[in-house]
Design a protein around this ligand. Structure first.
Ligand SMILES: Nc1ncnc2c1ncn2[C@@H]1O[C@H](COP(=O)(O)OP(=O)(O)OP(=O)(O)O)[C@@H](O)[C@H]1O
Length: 484
């Protein structure tokens, strides 16, 4: 039987939690790491005895750096994130501090150095279970951009035993870009844990036959991990103690990924801790996941909670391709804040649009499966650095990619599944490239006929949320959106 944690709480419970939050109300001045001297003695095994007040010894220089980072975090995150944290219905709602999550002191330092002040709802709900002993399996769902990566990465890092020099933690991601991004988050979080070693198992990484990997954590895509773990035995899957499936629903739903993930899963030891994370779960995928993960704790969203309120959704009626292009150009001309991602159905449309926009003098980048992996990472890095304001892409970047400054997502084509119906999961992942961690975001869908209008209606029905029409010619209206 699966234990289940529900987000919802009664009004009375919510009131109690709000009072608790008010009492905690951490500010820079009363931040224990920054201002307090260690309150706990280090006990046997190097861990403080009272874990709720865990504190790492911090040098004056580190303290000053952390102070700067946290102050900056508080100022930059002003976009009512602190308000959202106090709203029990928000995915950012939290009552705990990171100290209360029993993280190792060096990881806690890493978390603060990343500018994280307090855990999000998924982090504070999942981490106590993920770090408990004996290890518990988990299948968890939380909206896009709410900190799932940080949650499972912290759990992965916490489970590493650096005295053993072989892979113990394995994390599978559906794409090259996502594996690299997760590895980068892990490296940042582990910046004060120099003994933890991470290895990417992705296209382009080649190692000679007979090699025995010594890194503690492997992060990769299913195909490469099958090569390294099943075919060539560069590491022993039988010694993996933590297995993470990121974007678990697509890993299970897509035939190729599913076969490979199962080949890996079959060789894992029986007591290996399983962590499945995703922003979306279809009912049948969920059932399947429950079938392969024994006794999981399940964290599930209700359908109406899946789409985020901080992402405003609109659609624009267009008659043909030219009008779609004009709509994009109008929006691009008016809304200049932040960056935009434009999703097309095919590589062909994506490159046509990129070429046309470039010819018209717009600085756009194009990322599709046509590029080599090095080119893909280079394009993404340039976009992250803000060198291009617009990134045109296909479903290859629909999931997981985290670029904080993305304020607009445009669906040049609405996503469809193999039955030509709306692919609502992909829709949610695509629009989730904006509105990261409570920021405001805008999603604009271009509709060019009855077929795509039907898709739009299917999306509305699926999430029980109306998508407003926008007149792309009406500069005032678009301007208003930008200001909002
Ligand atoms: N506790 C926190 N405080 C502040 N920022 C955070 C916190 N946790 C995560 N973030 C930031 O929020 C952003 C989104 O987090 P993350 O990528 O982990 O979301 P996700 O739930 O995995 O999203 P997706 O479903 O799209 O994969 C990142 O930029 C991350 O650095």
């Amino acid at each position: 039987m699966a234990a289940s944690v529900d987000w919802a709480s009664s009004a009375e419970e919510q009131e109690k939690l709000i009072t608790k939050v008010d009492n905690i109300n951490l500010t820079t001045n009363d931040h224990p790491i920054l201002n307090g001297s260690p309150k706990t003695e280090v006990g046997a095994g190097g861990l403080p005895e009272d874990k709720t007040t865990d504190e790492a010894p911090v040098s004056p220089a580190e303290r000053s750096l952390l102070q700067k980072i946290i102050r900056r975090g508080l100022v930059e995150n002003k976009n009512d994130i602190e308000v959202q944290r106090r709203d029990p219905s928000s995915p950012l709602f939290s009552i705990k501090s990171f100290e209360a999550l029993h993280l190792q002191p060096q990881l806690l330092k890493g978390v603060y150095a990343m500018g994280f002040n307090a855990p999000s709802k998924i982090q504070e709900t999942a981490l106590p279970t993920l770090l408990a002993d004996p290890p518990q399996n988990m299948i968890a769902q939380s909206q896009s951009g709410t900190g799932k990566t940080a949650a499972f990465v912290l759990a992965m890092l916490s489970r590493v035993d650096t005295k053993k020099d072989y892979p113990q933690v394995l994390c599978l991601s559906p794409t090259y870009e996502l594996a690299i991004q997760t590895g980068e988050v892990a490296a940042k979080m582990a910046q004060f844990c120099p003994d933890i070693k991470i290895r990417f198992a992705v296209r382009g990484e080649e190692i000679p036959r007979g090699t025995k990997l010594k890194e503690h954590i492997i992060i990769g895509t299913p195909g490469k991990v099958v090569d390294w773990g099943v075919k060539y035995r560069f590491f022993d899957l039988g010694k993996i103690s933590v297995f993470v499936l990121d974007e678990a629903d697509v890993m299970i739903a897509m035939q190729g990924h599913q076969d490979q993930s199962f080949r890996i899963h079959k060789l894992l030891p029986r007591n290996c801790q399983m962590m499945f994370f995703s922003a979306t779960y279809e009912e049948d995928v969920m059932e399947f996941a429950e079938g392969i993960v024994s006794d999981p704790v399940i964290i599930r969203l209700r359908r109406e909670e899946e789409s985020l309120h901080n992402i405003k959704q609109y659609y624009v009626m267009c008659r043909n391709l030219d009008e779609k292009y004009t709509a994009i150009a109008n929006i691009y001309g008016v809304v200049t804040i932040g960056q935009a991602m434009i999703f097309c159905h095919t590589r062909k449309t994506a490159s046509w649009l990129a070429e046309k926009m470039s010819r018209d003098g717009h600085a756009v980048a194009l990322l599709s499966g046509d590029l080599t992996v090095d080119q893909r990472i280079a394009v993404l890095d340039r976009f992250r650095d803000g060198k291009e304001k617009v990134l045109i892409t296909t479903n290859v970047l629909a999931r997981g990619i985290d670029v904080e400054q993305v304020t607009i997502v445009v669906n040049f084509d609405l996503p469809v599944d193999v039955t030509r119906n709306a692919d609502c999961e992909t829709y949610l992942h695509r629009i989730g490239r904006t509105g990261r961690f409570g920021k405001a975001g805008l999603a604009i869908n271009l509709v060019d006929g009855p077929e795509s209008l039907t898709l739009l209606r299917q999306v509305e029905e699926h999430f029980g949320k109306k998508i407003q029409q926008l007149d792309a010619e009406d500069v005032d209206e678009i301007e208003k959106l930008g200001q909002e």
